[in-house]
Write a protein that binds this ligand. Structure first.
Ligand code: CUA
Length: 353
């Protein structure tokens, strides 16, 4: 289904990133109908109120700056043609003009007025977006930026996941927007889903807010938009917008306790004895670390390493064996497990659907 997955994980992880994005989008589009998915996240294909406002503003700014470009370029071309060197020129300089109050006033005042207009229009849009009060039916989600992945918490639903934001569609008749609280665990990141809202910095010791109200179901991609270290480019976000019913189903599945399949008992016990549990949580088990992603429903996610690689039993095994081989710089250490132990831990994690 995606190209280049066979050669993973030791080679071509950048291709894997691309492959994983496509994989996510394909899954999203098969689930909800291909017409709702765009393959290039563009601000000109908005799907949520703040993004519509941003496109409107962008078009106004492009319009004004486009006119300025045409006037300046047009005058330049005119001057080049009209005053070009001709046969028979006497070679003397044209009359030199110093200090014209009118001209200087014109080229100072006009640009200042244009900048003031752009400033006022932009400020109006910013206040309109940021001033939207949170309605009682809004979904609340806390996003925590980490080097290099996104922690996604639904405090009222008791759900913790990673790198994939699931939200219900928001019908303009009966809006159910999602209000996001943005925090950082380490350095400055930036949360950006071009089709749903503007960029918002994710800053340590500061809480920022953002809201989205996607109007149609589908898959949308976003990306960390502030350089945050080696794997800044490996911080993909996938947003899955569900119908109300599907969102309720997804939430119920995420709220369920971790599976305890009899066949993977050896792996479960081994996992609980390893230092994995200091960084990862699997609800209902001794694993309660919060440094890495929550693994309670690991296999419900499309990718590993925030979009770096598609999540399959084979890639998961390779990731556990040596995360840095798949995502150089990843902070998860290679555990140096024996082949046998690696198989057991992988089998256990693969059972966490
Ligand atoms: Cu996180 Cu760039």
């Amino acid at each position: 289904m995606t190209v280049g997955m066979q050669q993973l994980p030791r080679r071509g992880y950048r291709h894997a990133l691309f492959g994983a994005v496509l994989a996510g989008l394909m899954i999203a589009s098969t689930a909800v109908g291909a017409s709702t998915t765009t393959e290039t996240p563009s601000i000109f294909v908005p799907a949520s109120t703040p993004a519509f406002a941003i496109r409107e503003l962008a078009l106004i700014v492009f319009g004004i700056t486009g006119v300025i470009f045409l006037v300046v370029a047009g005058l330049t071309v005119y001057a080049l043609m009209r005053f070009r060197r001709r046969r028979g020129d006497d070679g003397r300089d044209p009359p030199q003009v110093y200090g014209s109050l009118q001209i200087e006033l014109a080229w100072t005042v006009v640009p200042v007025l244009i900048v003031v207009v752009l400033f006022l229009v932009t400020a109006r849009y910013i206040f309109a977006i940021e001033g939207r009060p949170q309605p009682p039916q809004a979904l609340e989600v806390t996003i925590v930026g980490h080097q290099w992945w996104w922690e996604i918490r639904y405090p009222k639903l008791g759900i913790v996941t990673a790198n994939e934001l699931h939200v219900p569609v928001s019908d303009p008749e009966r809006p159910t927007p999602t209000f996001l609280t943005l925090q950082s665990a380490d350095v400055i990141h930036s949360f950006w889903i071009p089709q749903l809202a503007g960029k918002m910095d994710v800053i340590p010791n500061k809480t920022n807010r953002l809201w989205i109200d996607p109007r149609k179901p589908g898959g949308y991609v976003g990306q960390c938009a502030e350089y945050c270290g080696l794997q800044h480019a490996g911080m993909l976000l996938i947003v899955k917008v569900h119908s109300r019913e599907d969102f309720a189903k997804w939430a119920a599945a995420q709220q369920a306790p971790a599976r305890e399949e009899a066949g993977v008992r050896a792996g479960r016990e081994l996992f609980a004895s390893l230092s994995c549990i200091n960084c990862h949580t699997i609800r209902g088990t001794p694993a309660n670390g919060v440094f890495g992603p929550d693994l309670t429903h690991l296999m419900s996610r499309w990718t590993i390493g925030a979009g770096v690689i598609q999540n399959t039993p084979e890639t998961l095994r390779a990731w556990i064996d040596d995360p840095a081989a798949v995502k150089p710089g990843a902070l998860m250490p290679a555990m140096k497990l024996s082949r046998d132990d690696l198989d057991k831990v992988t089998a256990y994690l693969v059972s966490l659907r």
